[in-house]
Design a protein around this ligand. Structure first.
Ligand SMILES: C[S@@+](CC[C@H](N)C(=O)[O-])C[C@H]1O[C@@H](n2cnc3c(N)ncnc32)[C@H](O)[C@@H]1O
Length: 391
């Protein structure tokens, strides 16, 4: 659904989220479980640049924070950072404040502010998180440009926007519900649920809902967010890069990189992979999404220069660096653990010993001599993002 009057759009979006604040996660009296590495400054910076950031006492903006689920993680996962959350929905902000109060996330403040008014906030931010928001703005390009102006040099922006290829059934259902409902958003939820209740078993919209979304959509907040949105723009690779280019920032990479590997689709035909070598990176991404149109969203990092990718191929640079454990891992110390992306990793006994000796002050040169692990072994730990290095 797309409306044309920007003020009417904002009013309709605020009304949706005041009726159904999102996300509807329960409030806890303790920090939320686990981690999302995209919200951990050290892990995210390392992913983007290949090294530990110089500073941890940073400012983070959660733009369109909703009920503060991500905001709360941002506070707890970044113990030296200060976090600011902004949103259009007063109701969502109230829940966000209460959520953070209850779990002791106190380095945070919330403001009732639209993304396009973000210049009203003081100062710049080293990390801007904007998840599930830009595609609901009347002018997403204006929104991303406003955020870009608040990003500090060397800073990172993490964005999540919807993809059209994996959401076309949702778009059709949105339009169908809009034809039948006239009242408030509650009426729309009722109409939508009734449609799904009576559609024939093999109906494509119903099958997609059942296979992909119905677990989440038991909650009316999620159902409304999906099927009743008054404003939604869905992207494909071409329109996504128009948005990115307009931001004036550098594209660093997708934060779900395993999806964007052509080998996963065409790996059995090396000649096709060879043909694809001639494509630009964007054409390659387009080929991947055309062949695997499951793309319901795009998630990625942008940066404001200067952000250098550190090259650890120089032995002397590597030897002089100080290794630390990636803060996003679970199960350490053990030869089997979950890495930053919750993938199981099997370590050799020597690799485990190396990790146990990463004390935050010893250099690689100081740790290595007593171990049967060469510099390439350290590089493998680095590639797996189990360690962060400070040059
Ligand atoms: C789908 S929710 C996402 C919430 C949160 N970022 C998350 O991922 O859990 C979208 C949020 O964006 C907010 N929003 C939409 N348009 C906005 C705007 N122009 N400025 C600020 N917030 C906006 C909505 O009020 C809503 O809370």
């Amino acid at each position: 659904m797309i409306m044309s009057d920007p003020q009417a759009v904002s009013a309709a979006v605020a009304k949706l989220y005041n009726t159904y604040p999102f996300p509807p996660e329960p409030l806890l009296d303790e920090p939320p479980p686990g981690y999302n590495w995209r919200w951990n400054w050290l892990a995210a910076y390392n992913f983007c640049s290949g090294r530990k950031p110089a500073r941890e006492s940073i400012r983070i903006l959660d733009a369109g924070c909703g009920t503060g689920v991500g905001t709360e993680y941002l506070v707890h996962l970044n113990p030296k950072a200060f976090v600011v959350g902004i949103d259009l929905s007063v109701k969502a902000l109230d829940i966000g404040r209460e959520r953070c109060r209850r779990s002791g996330a106190n380095r945070v403040e919330f403001h009732h502010l639209s993304v396009d008014q973000v210049e009203e906030l003081q100062g710049e931010f080293e990390l801007i998180n904007c998840v599930g928001v830009l595609h609901h703005l009347p002018d997403p390009i204006g929104g991303i440009q406003a955020l870009a102006r608040k990003l500090a040099p060397g800073g990172l922006m993490h964005i999540f926007v919807y993809g059209e290829l994996g959401r076309w059934e949702i778009q059709l259902m949105q339009k169908a519900i809009a034809l039948l409902h006239q009242g408030d958003y509650q009426d729309g939820v009722q109409v939508g649920r009734q449609i799904f209740a009576v559609l024939p078993e093999k109906n494509r919209l119903l099958q997609r809902e059942q296979q992909r979304w119905s677990w989440d959509n038991q909650r009316d907040e999620c159902f409304a967010d999906m099927y009743l949105h008054p404003q939604e723009v869905d992207y494909n690779i071409e329109t996504l890069f128009e948005l990115i280019d307009a931001s004036g920032l550098d594209f660093v990479g997708f934060s779900n990189p395993s999806f964007w590997q052509l080998e996963r689709l065409l790996g059995k035909a090396p000649e096709l992979i060879n043909r694809a070598q001639g494509l630009s990176t964007r054409q390659r991404y387009r080929l991947i999404e055309l062949l695997d149109p499951e793309v319901t969203h795009y998630e990625f990092f942008l940066s404001r220069p200067p952000l250098m990718k550190t090259d650890w191929s120089d032995d002397n640079l590597l030897l002089a660096s100080i290794p630390e454990l990636n803060p996003c891992m679970q199960g350490f110390p053990s030869q089997y653990l979950f890495n930053y992306d919750y993938q199981v990793v099997h370590l050799s006994a020597t690799e485990l010993e190396f990790l146990q000796r990463c004390d935050g002050s010893s250099t690689v040169a100081e740790i290595l001599p007593s171990l049967q692990l060469g510099l390439d072994g350290v590089r493998i730990l680095l590639q797996q993002q189990l360690i962060l290095l400070t040059p």
